[in-house]
Design a protein around this ligand. Sequence first.
Ligand SMILES: [Zn+2]
Length: 370
Amino acid sequence: MRPLRPIITIGFILLLLLIPITGYAESGKTYEVSTGVLNVRSEPSLQADILGMLTKGNQVNVFKEQYGWVQTYYQGKEAWIAKHHLIALDETQVSEVKQTAVLSAEMITLTADGVNIRSGPGEEYRVIGTASSHKSYELIHTEGDWHKISLTEGKTAWVASWLTNKSIGTKSRNNEETKTESKTLSPTNQSGSLSGRHIVLDPGHGGRDPGSIGLGGIYEKSLTSPITNRVADRLRNAGAKVTITREGDYYVSLEQRAAISNSHQTDAFISLHFNAYPILSAQGISTFYFSESGQQLAKNVQASLSSKVSLHNRGIHREGYHVLRNTSAPAILIELGFITNPYDLNIIQTVDYEKQAAEAITSGLIDFLN
Ligand SMILES: [Zn+2]
């Protein structure tokens, strides 16, 4: 049957040409795992390393499709999953986690009357009106130092966070609004129990590194920032000077994070993360350390967390994470719950949890430094 071979080969090549080789999925399209256990691999190939496993019902966000494989992120790394074990979900089927976030919308108030509201997140944007300090506004979204708020009739506007009860940034500004700031925001409490201390907070991941991906496709990076800001507020109230390694959704390397801490006389370095695991039942809070001083800090903070928040206490563990090995200050990395566990994730997304965790981390630090 030799003469047939070229025909088969040509036919095969033609067939390949007809199949779109790489398709870009709509960014963030969600799929659900339909089989018992599904391997997550480093490359789109059955021979590639297995990075982890997903189980039936897990949801993944897909960014790219190629040769019957889909690309997602797994524990902060690019990862591939065989597409034939995935079912595409439409908007309405995507886990209720995102809904919960909307329902528990946070309200913010302004610290002064007549604050300018703008068409975008910055002073360069047009002023579209002024807002009143007697009303509270639904917080839709935060970008850098700016909050997007909901007005009446579905309209939205942006307001500087430093003029609200939920301040994000620390930069000093030279404009009319700064005057309002100094009048209305309480000055740093210099007599607090962390007075004279300099703490570096490190919100995990950011930018092109989403971190872990949890239920409903939620990104770890989008949860580490708000809780870091909450901890920063609490520490500043206790008199500490706080430096944050990342103040928006952008990429900062692990080397840079350690360098930021090492460029100051830092009393403690605290990296904040959320955990993920293919087995949904994994839950709770763990604190990691590397050095001896880190171990004591880990003990204090984990003890304080376990007494103040309701998540399971997974204890402290020694681990050679880059930021723990390369910072000269006592350093810890806290995994503040599992975003792959429904119970943990529901709690993690509440403002109450942010407040309790911030309180707990602050008092753990006070125990360690005093
Ligand atoms: Zn992380």
